[in-house]
Every structure is written in structure tokens, then in C-alpha cells.
Design a protein around this ligand. Structure first.
Ligand SMILES: NC(=O)c1ccc[n+]([C@@H]2O[C@H](COP(=O)([O-])OP(=O)(O)OC[C@H]3O[C@@H](n4cnc5c(N)ncnc54)[C@H](O)[C@@H]3O)[C@@H](O)[C@H]2O)c1
Length: 437
């Protein structure tokens, strides 16, 4: 207990060494933020290439400035390693490893288990372990606690354990690590208190909740809320398509209501490591309790059908001009899962490309953030966005609306455009060539 109480003082004095396991989209920004707050930070990573990049002062995450990594590495405030033995030296360990789905679309806990096994082998009195990966309610209490307690150390007395969901939004210019409130739920009141203290120097606002399960559920509510509302926007888009209405006009007008409505947009399908995946962690847990998560199932069904809808519309648009998908040249504009990022995880562009290729289309793409795209056995390379490339395509499909693209030029030069993101909303001329989702 004394060593745990000492941890509070070590955090106050910025003497506590902060460990971050997993230096990806979540872990690297968090590690840099702790270094900025004056803590010595060790990043743990399995990927030796990422460790090398950090040792050389390079950032591989778009939101993390190169200069920050370089200066903290040079000052010795931040270093990365593949050597898990360095976990012993850390006072606080934040776990930020992936939580994907298996091939059968069930939660894949293997990364979280592997990480906690490394911690358990070296757990010592006075350490605070904080799981930040998005996961089902009960992971910290039912999976992490028994494994860590198997070391013989007692939670809340010898070591601390908490869950604090990561809420980062890559490419968001307004909300960065610091100004997004941090939710924290510990296994005991002391665990919560210590986790709160560890985050206070880094986050403007820290919100304690009553348990690790509540904190886990907070994150799943947030992302399930998004998935369901995007599902509704997608279904409204399908309805408007049937009704001959412009869904974007309808949504923008609805969004003028100053209360009781929140704008969500339709699109070619869900992407990224969060929204398409996280609700499945909740529905999986509920299934084990014989509780069907109806909203999640329905939204998943609608959202996963969107790439097929996009391909059906491609066929309709070409058909109007007596062209077939088979043999058509289709240029996909933007393939990352969302605007202004390079992240391809779960991107609907991959399924759109696969379906088009299966139908015989010649698919090219342009994405300033994604130099190569793996589609089945094919590896495509990003084409330059020349006038020839635009004019040479039978159809340009805007799959992701990167802000660096001049959409007025796209509408001017291309023969036909299918805009799945309303990227051409401010384009006044050549609108007759543009079809929208
Ligand atoms: N990407 C986002 O926008 C975002 C936002 C909020 C929450 N999350 C959640 O945060 C978690 C991490 O996501 P991410 O996007 O940063 O993933 P990521 O794949 O970008 O990064 C995870 C890193 O962990 C490393 N890793 C895996 N096992 C490890 C181990 N045992 N020890 C050390 N390193 C290990 C991987 O090599 C990888 O570099 C997930 O649960 C995700 O759902 C992600």
C-alpha cells in the first residue's frame, strides 16, 4: 500500500516513468503528450521498424509532429523499445494495443492478453496498469485482474488497475489528446484516484466513473452511438435514392434544427479501427448473456451493405450512357477510410474496388495519403491526378473526400463523377456530370 501511495507523489513530481505499450495511432500521441508534460516515457512496441523510427526522431503518425518526437528523443524524455524487460522500470503502464475482429467477426483479444502476460511476468508493487484499448465491458475486471493477481500481488494494495478509454480522433484539427476529456474507472477507489492523478498533467479534464466496467461501457456507448446513427443516415440515403430525393439536401436542412437533432452523414461504408469494430465487442458480450443487441445488428447490416450499393449505383450511372461496368475505366478518388488520413483499416474503398474488379472494371485510384492499395491479389499504385487520368476514366468515384483535392477541377475535367461524400457540395459548375449517393 505504501508503495502505491508513493506513486501519487512520484506522479506529482513527474518522477514516475510512464510506459506505453503499443505505439500506434493511439499510443504514440499519448506517449508524446506524457513527455510534453515532463514525464520520462518508455514506449513498448513489437514492430522494430516503429522503434527504429522513434530512435531516429521520426514520427510515422500524421497527427504527431516530427519535431516533437525528435526533441523528446534527443532530450532523453522519450524512448522506444521492443524489450519488455523495461516494463519493470515503469511506474505507470498504459496498454494501447489493437482490438480487432477475427476472420469470423468475433473479438480478437490476443493482443490484450499478450500485453498483460508481459506485464504479469514483471509486475511489481507500486505499479499502475491502465488498459486503454477499446473492449467489452468486463475485460479489465474479468480478464486483466485475474491474470495480474496470479502474480500474488493484490489489487488496490500492491498494484493498481484501471480502464481509461482512448477517444482520439485522427486528423481532427480542433480536438487533440489534451482537450478531449479522459474517462477513468479503477478496480478500487485508490486505483481510480491514482489513474486520475496520472492523467491530470496531460488532459484538461479527467472524468472518474465508478468502475472499470462503467468506463469500458462509456467508450462502447460513444462508438455504438456513432455506428447506429451512421447506419440511420445510410438507410435514409437508400430511402432517398428510392424516392428520388437528394439525401444531402435533406440532412443539411434537418441539421438547421437547433435542438434534438445531431448531424450524421451517409457514405460508402464504415471504416477505421473503431466504428465498424467496437460495437461488435458489445454485442458479443451481450450474446453471452442471451441479450440480442438489436440496434447494433441492424446498423451493422445496413452499414456493411453500403459498398454494394455504391457499386450498384456505378452500374446505374454507366448504364444511363449505355456503358457497362465490364470494361469501364473507373477511377476511385480517395481510398483511406476517412478524409486526410492514410489509415486503410476496414476502408470501404477496398470492397468497392474488389466488387468493381470482379465485374470486369479497370480500377485505378488516386489518394495523396495512400501510395499503394492491396485489392485481393492486385497491388494498385496511386495514379497522379492528371487531366488525362480524370478525363480518361469513364467514371470518377469520390470514395473519400480528402481536403487537398480540387473538386471543381474534378467536375470540370472528368466525364462523369459519382460523389459518395458530398465533396462537390460547393462546386457550382458542371453539376450535370455529378451524381451523388
Ligand atoms: N485509431 C483510433 O482512432 C482509435 C481511437 C480510439 C481508440 N482506439 C483503440 O485503441 C487501441 C489501439 O488502436 P490503434 O489505432 O492505436 O492501433 P495500432 O494498430 O495503430 O497500434 C497498436 C500498436 O500496438 C502494437 N502492439 C501489439 N501488441 C503489442 C504488445 N504486446 N506490446 C507492444 N506493442 C504491441 C502494434 O505493433 C501496433 O503498432 C484499439 O483498441 C483501438 O480500438 C483507436
Amino acid at each position: 500500500m505504501t508503495r502505491l501511495r508513493d506513486l501519487g507523489a512520484r506522479i506529482e513530481a513527474r518522477q514516475a516513468r510512464i510506459g506505453v505499450m503499443g505505439l500506434g495511432y493511439v499510443g504514440l500521441p499519448l506517449a508524446v503528450e506524457f513527455a510534453k508534460a515532463g514525464f520520462p516515457v518508455t514506449g513498448f512496441e513489437l514492430d522494430a521498424e516503429k522503434v527504429r523510427a522513434i530512435a531516429e526522431g521520426r514520427s510515422y503518425i500524421e497527427d504527431v509532429p516530427q519535431a516533437d518526437v525528435k526533441s523528446f528523443v534527443e532530450k532523453g524524455a522519450l524512448h522506444a523499445t521492443t524489450d519488455m524487460n523495461e516494463l519493470t522500470a515503469c511506474d505507470v503502464i498504459n496498454v494501447c494495443v489493437p482490438t480487432p475482429l477475427t476472420k469470423t467477426k468475433d473479438p480478437d483479444f490476443s493482443y490484450m492478453v499478450a500485453a498483460v502476460e508481459e506485464i504479469r511476468k514483471r509486475l511489481r508493487a507500486g505499479q499502475l496498469i491502465i488498459l486503454g484499448s477499446t473492449t467489452y465491458p468486463g475485460t479489465t475486471h474479468e480478464l486483466y485482474l485475474p491474470l495480474l493477481a496470479a502474480s500474488g500481488l493484490r489489487v488496490g494494495e500492491d498494484f493498481s488497475l484501471a480502464f481509461a478509454p482512448e477517444r482520439i480522433d485522427p486528423a481532427n484539427k480542433k480536438f487533440k489528446v489534451r482537450n478531449v476529456p479522459k474517462v477513468v474507472g479503477g478496480e478500487t477507489p485508490l486505483c481510480t484516484q491514482l489513474a486520475v492523478r496520472s492523467f491530470e498533467p496531460v488532459f484538461d479534464t479527467v472524468i472518474p466513473v465508478s468502475s472499470s466496467q462503467a468506463a469500458e461501457m462509456v467508450k462502447l456507448l460513444e462508438n455504438t452511438f456513432r455506428a447506429i446513427n451512421i447506419g440511420l443516415a445510410n438507410e435514409v440515403a437508400l430511402m432517398c435514392d428510392k424516392l428520388g430525393l437528394d439525401v444531402w439536401e435533406v440532412i443539411e436542412a434537418a441539421a438547421t434544427k437547433p435542438y434534438g437533432y445531431m448531424k450524421f452523414l451517409p457514405g460508402p461504408g464504415l471504416g477505421g479501427h473503431c466504428i465498424p469494430i467496437d460495437p461488435t465487442y458489445l454485442s458479443w458480450k451481450m450474446k453471452a448473456l442471451n441479450f440480442p443487441a438489436c440496434f447494433i445488428e441492424l446498423a451493422t447490416e445496413i452499414n456493411t451493405r453500403m459498398p454494394e450499393h455504391v457499386v450498384r449505383k456505378v452500374g446505374d450511372i454507366l448504364n444511363e450512357d449505355r456503358l457497362a461496368v465490364n470494361g469501364a475505366r473507373v477511377l476511385l478518388l480517395g481510398v483511406a477510410y476517412k478524409a486526410d488520413v492514410s489509415d486503410m483499416r476496414e476502408s470501404p474503398a477496398i470492397e468497392v474496388a474488389e466488387l468493381l474488379i470482379a465485374k470486369g472494371a479497370h480500377v485505378d485510384y488516386h489518394d495523396p495519403h495512400v501510395p499503394e492499395l492491396q485489392v485481393g491479389h492486385h497491388v494498385l499504385k496511386s495514379a497522379d491526378l492528371t487531366d488525362e487520368a480524370l478525363a480518361g476514366a469513364d467514371l470518377v468515384v469520390i470514395v473519400t473526400d480528402h481536403s487537398s483535392v480540387d473538386y471543381a477541377r474534378v467536375a470540370r475535367v472528368a466525364q462523369r463523377v459519382f460523389d459518395t461524400r458530398n465533396a462537390t457540395k460547393n462546386v457550382a459548375e458542371h453539376r450535370e456530370k455529378v451524381r451523388k449517393l
